[in-house]
Design a protein around this ligand. Structure first.
Ligand code: PEP
Ligand code: MN
Length: 355
């Protein structure tokens, strides 16, 4: 159920409606928009009797949401969700879902301080505003590199301090989630955990934005329901990411389903990124698919970059050399205006931030 407040409704009226909803043993999610505030009501196992709420001051109408996802839906919130981050001194604030395309780049895994800093310097210089790198790696084999864990998170925090890059890194369970929330700016939930409902609920209670990757065989509805899990716990800063799904194609590691981007934009207010690195698994296909993703209307890209991919401990085959990343940025920068998006400029002087 959705309580739509009138455009002129006061904050007190919104609060009174929320209190009323909570007093009925339900949960109220206030979703402010440019025109009006809508209040999503969740937690109802059966029908809610809307009568008493409908008569409250400031209430315009009550809408029954028939879709299984409620808070994620554009019905609940018409305006795009823009996830905002604090800006380093003297810069505009980085955003995901706003007019500027978000570029999140970095190695698959944090392998060492030297390795991570070498990539971060190049990402920063190329104009990236977000740095990625796994400290906890969900690997197919238990014998593969599993990540540096908290030591990796400390390196990431140092990178933020040095370059002003916002940190995106994956949590794989409840324990790592707590640490990632403490050290990072965005909590990544990986494709293999997209339907780990207990982890999604915990991420929903975290106070950092959540980047949710699409599961390897998830339908759009399953993907949106996973986001609904996070939002239902009160975390409304959810960023979706298409990272390729499994098909019969054997010329790529996965099939990057770019058609999901306009489909998500139609059904949901949440931003959606594309990850052509995992989406193709092949270095030579990352830049072409990045161009296509921007043309199709993504809100940003996630790109794996490594200074010595042949010796990378994970995903070397799909990691770009820094020079290739520079070229990708320059090509995407030319496409962005066609779809009414902007891109941060490359930095001609590669100086550290030292915030
Ligand atoms: C990653 O981002 O390195 C990763 C493991 O991604 P995914 O969950 O999409 O496989
Ligand atoms: Mn990877």
């Amino acid at each position: 159920m959705l309580v739509v407040m009138a455009a002129h409704a006061t904050e007190e009226q919104v609060r009174a409606v929320c209190d009323k909803i909570e007093s009925l043993g339900l949960r109220a999610h206030s979703l402010p928009g440019a025109q009006r505030t809508a209040i999503g009501v969740t937690g109802n196992s059966g029908e809610v009797e809307p009568g008493s709420i409908e008569e409250m001051p400031g209430v315009q109408e009550i809408i029954k949401v028939s879709k299984p996802y409620k808070l994620v839906s554009r019905d609940a919130k018409e305006d795009n969700t823009v996830v905002r981050f604090s800006a380093p001194v003297g810069e505009t604030e980085p955003t995901i879902g706003g007019p500027e395309l978000a570029v999140i780049a970095g190695p698959c895994a944090i392998e060492s301080r030297e390795q991570a800093f070498a990539v971060a310097e190049r990402v920063h210089r190329a104009g990236g505003r977000f740095f990625r790198g796994g400290a906890y790696k969900p690997r197919t084999s238990p014998y593969s590199f599993q990540g540096l864990e908290e030591e990796g998170l400390k390196i990431l925090a140092e990178i933020r301090q040095t370059y002003g890059l916002k940190i995106v890194t994956e949590a794989i369970d409840r324990e790592s989630l707590e640490l990632v929330e403490r050290y990072a700016d965005v909590i990544q939930i990986g494709a293999r955990n997209m339907q780990n409902f207990s982890l999604l609920k915990h991420a929903g209670r975290a106070r950092k934005p959540v980047l949710l990757k699409r599961g390897l065989s998830a339908t759009l509805e399953e993907f949106l329901m996973a986001a609904e899990y996070v939002m239902s716990e009160g975390n409304y800063n959810v960023i979706l990411c298409e990272r390729g799904v499994r098909t019969f194609a054997d010329h790529t590691r996965n099939t990057l389903d770019l058609s999901v981007v306009p489909a998500v934009h139609r059904l949901s207010h949440l931003p959606i990124l594309a990850d052509p690195s995992h989406g193709t698994g092949k270095r030579n296909k990352v830049t072409p698919l990045s161009r296509a993703a921007v043309a199709v209307g993504v809100d940003g890209l996630i790109i794996e970059v490594h200074c010595d991919p042949d010796r990378a401990l994970s995903d070397g085959m799909q990691s770009l050399y820094p020079e290739q990343f520079d070229e990708l940025m320059s090509e995407v920068r030319q496409i962005a205006p066609i779809v009414h998006r902007s891109m941060p400029d490359a930095r001609t002087h590669a100086h550290a931030h030292a915030q």
